[in-house]
Design a protein around this ligand. Structure first.
Ligand SMILES: [Zn+2]
Length: 319
């Protein structure tokens, strides 16, 4: 009996020690929190098995307007690294979350804080005072913040993450650099496929709901001729919609792109009164079920765009 009791105590101790060991090992990982799922996917590729990554926003949420929640604060309290897009994209939700977390490591300028826009070549930097633009309701006051939608910019984001990870964990710097090189090479070969696919559709004109796509369209040579929003963040007026319908007709535009978080009624109304189709683009990883990675994001958007162009090619041929 005594022997059995000893066995039980021994086994319990072993289980307890194993649990502690597992917890300690889990704790070894660098905890990364990102504002957007696109940054989380890139961070996972660079950090590999050394990191645990979670994103605050979902890919189907408008990145300009996410509701800050206590569960987001909890994530940030435990974070070793925080990565966001910057340029005021997340102005309404990232500053209050960082403040509430009281985590100095990941606060602006902290050793675990990453603004992914560092070193980025920005498009559409306004000449006007940001405060003046903000007063007009514009939400792109420092230049267009949707830079993750060019795969080449994914490399710059990845490099910023690699550099910071190497400071936080210098012993793993070589491992992070190796992952960065692999990611760059994978993007390069995917890019060749994407550019080739888009070759027949160069300089086609489209209309977009929000000005989210200048990085994407300049990479793949598509021309955004107008927007359903009169200014980024300002809902369309009937007068503005009439001018967009005129534009679509005069320029023979066939495609209007929207994102899942916008009201599709104005875009559909415009499309119905012209001869265009409305296509829903994925603005981020996880926007739709099939968009699971940063690579899927471009596969998905290019495929739906090509399908829309092809639809009209097909109907023109039938005529
Ligand atoms: Zn925007």
């Amino acid at each position: 009996m005594r022997f059995r009791l000893g066995n039980v105590i021994f086994l319990t101790l072993v289980s307890f020690m194993s649990l502690l060991w597992i917890l300690a090992r889990a704790d070894d990982k660098i905890k990364i929190v990102t504002s957007l799922p696109d940054l989380a996917d890139i961070a996972k590729r660079i950090g590999g098995e050394k990191v645990e990554v979670e994103a605050i926003a979902k890919g189907y949420q408008d990145p300009h307007f996410v509701d800050p929640k206590p569960s987001h604060v909890l994530k940030l309290i435990r974070a070793d690294l925080f990565i966001h897009i910057g340029l005021d994209l997340e102005i309404g939700w990232v500053p209050p979350l960082l403040e509430k977390s009281r985590n100095r490591k990941v606060y602006y300028g902290g050793q675990g804080y990453i603004n992914a826009s560092e070193g980025m070549s920005l498009l559409e930097i306004p000449n006007v005072d940001p405060a003046q633009l903000r007063a007009q309701g514009d939400i792109h006051v420092f230049g267009n913040p949707h830079y993750w939608l060019d795969p080449e910019n994914g490399k710059i984001i990845a490099e910023n993450i690699c550099n910071k990870l190497s400071v936080v964990s210098p012993g793993e710097a070589e491992y992070f650099r190796m992952n960065l090189d692999t990611f760059g090479a994978q993007l390069d070969s995917a890019m060749q496929v994407w550019l080739k696919k888009m070759e027949p559709y160069q300089n086609r004109k489209i209309v977009a709901y929000h000005n989210s796509w200048p990085y994407f369209t300049s990479r793949f040579n598509i021309d955004v001729a107008g927007f359903i929003e009169p200014k980024p963040g300002i809902p369309p007026t009937p007068k503005h919609l009439v001018s967009i319908i005129k534009l679509i007709k005069s320029e023979n535009i066939k495609v209007v792109i929207i994102s899942p978080y916008f009201d599709d009624k104005p875009a559909k109304a415009v499309a119905n009164r012209s001869d265009a189709v409305v296509v829903s683009f994925a603005p981020s990883v996880s926007a739709f079920e099939e968009v699971k990675s940063y690579f899927d994001l471009f596969d998905y958007n290019l495929n739906v765009l090509i399908s829309a162009f092809e639809y009209f090619e097909g109907s023109d041929k039938k005529k």
